[in-house]
Design a protein around this ligand. Sequence first.
Ligand code: F0G
Length: 379
Amino acid sequence: MATGNRYTGLIGKYADRLPLSSDAAPISLGEGNTPLIRLDNLVRDIGKDVELYVKYEGLNPTGSFKDRGMTVAVTQAVAEGSQAIICASTGNTSASAAAYAARAGIKAFVLIPDGKIAMGKLAQAIMHGAEVLQIHGNFDDGMRIVKEMAETAPVSLVNSVNPYRLQGQKTAAFEICEALGRAPDYHCLPVGNAGNITAYWMGYSEMALKPGEAGTQACKFCEGDCQFHQAAVASRPVMVGYQASGAAPFLRGHPVEKPETIATAIRIGAPQSWDQALAASRESSGWFDEFDDEAILETQWLLTSREGIFCEPASAVSVAGAIADIRSGKIAEGSTVVCTLTGHGLKDPGVAERYADAAVSTLAAESSAVKEAILGKMR
Ligand code: F0G
């Protein structure tokens, strides 16, 4: 029997903050515990005095933040005796559902929009053995159908309308507070179906001291020192949600009929957690903003080329927004800002094609040719 201190995922770490019964056997891939990386190069480029971090959720087991919610939702589904799960997805939820279902030994049905999901995500769903149902419609059509299926077929719905999903996703806020020793002043994230902004706000709210509670930094849950629980924090961040211009219902004030964006993960016109996201924004004095595909791709490139961090296009909108708001002063100097990078860049390798001509040189297989190329590129 090993006696080490192996990290076993969110449910192992945060059991007392999740609404699972103690006899539910965790279905886990060691999700969570992702790095909070400080972006010193970009901040130097902007020339403002801020601390800017990214929570790199692309380093979860299936490459996106969805694993946080999926471990809890699938654990609960299995505990309830479910033999199959179902979701609609722009790609990442289906990849995650497929992996956790494989691990649990149950079936996963995933509805994806016709031809509009990134290749890496489709590959994951196929390789984990999910039943992939491609519909002639978009994510919002898929959502309507899977909600109906959960009512009429023997399948558990694992989209973020399933409350266990958001319970799992809230743990990212715990980890950030733990890492910083406090909550950030601003939390910026991409908004699609609006589950994640809802979950973070829930997490930060659970971490925050209640009015009248002493301002202690000791663990609220254990006596004395504790490596697994976090200190209560004095405040909550301002929640800032960014959308792709072609899929920006929160900016329009109503659902968008035909959402379009290169950031296919957030190609969503009718977010399911609409009211909760608006409440998070309002209660935190936050705001929503939008960025077009060009700005999104430019920021993705900045992160890869200046910071060594490869996220997918949808994730980059959080940093595009943070940079714009830091530059304009809307996010004040002296602030600590965290952006969620929701998914890994390898999910959607197709975007690199647009840079390939400039980046790839084809040469003779000769030292001389390679040397010439090196010297040429060093100039
Ligand atoms: N970023 C990525 C990479 C996503 O995959 C998603 C959502 C979001 C941001 C938006 O998060 O929906 O909680 O507001 N992807 C879902 C999916 C819809 O099916 O994979 P949200």
